[in-house]
Design a protein around this ligand. Structure first.
Ligand code: NAI
Ligand code: MG
Length: 490
């Protein structure tokens, strides 16, 4: 482990309990679970293992803060100001937050510092600016009536997040919820609870009233399911696997929660004959290998026009073979370990399947080192649509290259997946780009780029990739209820 970063930032672990009603409390059961550093496989800290009893306390705190606490009466502009203060605190502590994120998740420190934290801070500021700009409309109706709508907060928001972007997922969830005036019960991923807990403490220090933000670390089937079932929680926002979303849908039936889901993908990245091949190769490389391949929108099906296949593959292979894998705290590291053993094993099993199904492993295909969950950046060529590496979400650094001949064929094949999160197209033909954008059924289409994110741009999926949108104005709407008020004027 490189000490050059760890020596200069404070990564002492201060917060490992549940954060409920402004207080740090051990789980009522007294249980704890370990969170692991995936680069060394060592235990970083023991964390409170919250379950239904702790979620109940958190839900009651959030309910009180929503129904009768200061949050309800607070001027929207002051609510926004608290959000700006939280973003400022994150900026002041950016190095220690980035180090904590890397320790718990394994992503390169340079990425935590230069990508994840800045995006999270930007997201909170974007939504802070919305807090006092949420308003309904006046509506002309028949008769002598005055009719208007009010956009009110949905209430207590249950938020369940994954481990691939721990800090950023907190910002995507807290930003619109707080701006709308909701209160929060969050369950961070069991693999990566530490930065979320630290952010709860920062929120307390900048002045968020007790009960507005509550965090219950723990496991999905216990703490997560308790959030989903709790009658005092009005809405659940979830990011993770589609099968978990199916369980959440069933578990929320009793209380009819509002649900927003951001799930997985098998996103097509399509390179036409006329594309700038250097840019496309770079886009395919970043679009898949970013964040150790642990991205819901990873461009994991790279389709290249058959006339450019050889040239493109050569460029992509060259980039991939230069990728620096190793200690996430060492300068120059581009790829750290996968988040845990379960993900590592899943990825290695897909690499085996790819080989057995007859795809050609052009580079990578094995573990790196003997300690830590490192996987060599891997490219499979000669991949066919029905191979499992072309149909299943691998969530690791494994890229599949497929070829195509013409437009109709590729649009059909791009759509031939039950997912619909993202897609990209590389071409100089403007009409073709727009046609692709219109006909491919996915929530985000990138043209001659990949992984361009902005807090203002809605993100989410068609089909099994989710419902609802996060970010932008649409993300805010997911935390509001519309109320229609009609007043007789005589
Ligand atoms: P997961 O969907 O099980 O976990 C995500 C979150 O949901 C965690 O906080 C977890 O504790 C919680 N959860 C699990 N079961 C729950 C339940 N019954 N009720 C309420 N909450 C529950 O995903 P997991 O197991 O971490 O990863 C499995 C696969 O899912 C990955 O290999 C990847 O393919 C996909 N995934 C997709 C993500 C995305 O960003 N769309 C993020 C993480 C995983
Ligand atoms: Mg961890």
């Amino acid at each position: 482990m490189s000490t050059e970063v760890l020596a200069k930032v404070d990564v002492e672990i201060h917060h490992t309990d549940c954060f409920i009603n402004g207080q740090w409390l051990p789980a009522k059961s007294g249980k704890t679970f370990p969170t692991i550093n995936p680069a060394t496989e060592e235990v970083i800290a023991m964390v409170a293992e919250g379950d239904a009893a702790d979620v109940d306390a958190a839900a009651n705190a959030a309910r009180n803060a929503f129904d009768s606490g200061p949050w309800r009466e607070m001027d929207a502009r002051d609510r926004g100001r608290l959000m700006y203060l939280l973003a400022d605190r994150m900026e002041q502590e950016i190095e220690s937050l980035a180090a904590l994120e890397t320790l718990d998740n394994g992503k390169p420190y340079q990425d935590s510092l230069n990508v994840d934290l800045p995006l999270a801070i930007d997201c909170l500021r974007y939504y802070a600016g919305y807090a006092d700009k949420i308003h309904g409309s006046t509506i002309p109706i028949r008769g002598n009536h005055f009719c208007y709508t009010r956009k009110e907060p949905v209430g207590v928001a249950g938020q369940i997040i994954p481990w691939n972007f721990p800090v950023l997922m907190v910002a995507w969830k807290w930003g619109p919820a707080l701006a709308a005036g909701c209160t929060i019960v969050m369950k961070p991923a069991e693999q990566t609870p530490l930065t979320c807990l630290r952010l709860a403490q920062l929120a307390k220090e900048v002045g968020f009233p007790d009960g507005v933000i509550n965090v219950v670390p723990g496991f999905g089937p216990t703490a997560g399911a308790a959030v989903v079932k709790h009658p005092l929680i009005d809405k659940v926002a979830f990011t993770g696997e589609h099968r978990t979303a199916q369980t959440i849908t069933r578990d929320s039936a009793e209380t009819l929660k509002r649900l927003t889901f951001e799930l997985g993908g098998k996103s097509p990245n399509v390179i036409f004959e006329d594309a700038d091949l250097d840019a496309a190769a770079q886009g395919a490389y970043v679009g898949l290998f970013l964040n150790q391949g642990q991205c819901c929108c990873a461009g994991s099906r790279v389709f290249v026009h058959e006339s450019k296949h050889g040239e493109f593959l050569e460029k992509l292979k060259r980039l991939t073979e230069q990728r620096k894998v190793g200690d996430p705290f060492a300068s120059g590291t581009e790829q750290g370990p996968q988040v845990d053993r379960a993900q590592f094993d899943k990825i290695m099993s897909y690499i085996e399947k790819g080989k057995n199904e007859g795809a050609t492993c052009v580079t990578g295909g094995q573990r790196v080192g003997e300690t830590g969950f490192f996987v060599a950046p891997t490219i499979f060529d000669g991949v066919q649509d029905d191979m499992s590496i072309a149909t299943d979400e691998i969530f690791g650094p494994v890229l599949s290259v497929l070829t195509f001949k013409d437009k109709e064929e590729i649009i059909r094949r791009a759509n031939d997946t039950f997912y619909g999160l993202a897609a990209a197209v590389w071409t100089k033909d403007v009409a073709l780009a727009h046609e692709f954008a219109a006909r491919v059924r996915a929530g985000t289409i990138w043209v001659n780029c990949y992984d361009v994110f902005d807090a203002a741009a809605p993100f989410g999926g068609f089909k099994m990739s989710g419902h609802g949108r996060e970010l932008g104005e649409e993300g805010l709407k997911a935390y509001t209820e519309s109320k229609t008020v009609t007043v007789a004027l005589q």
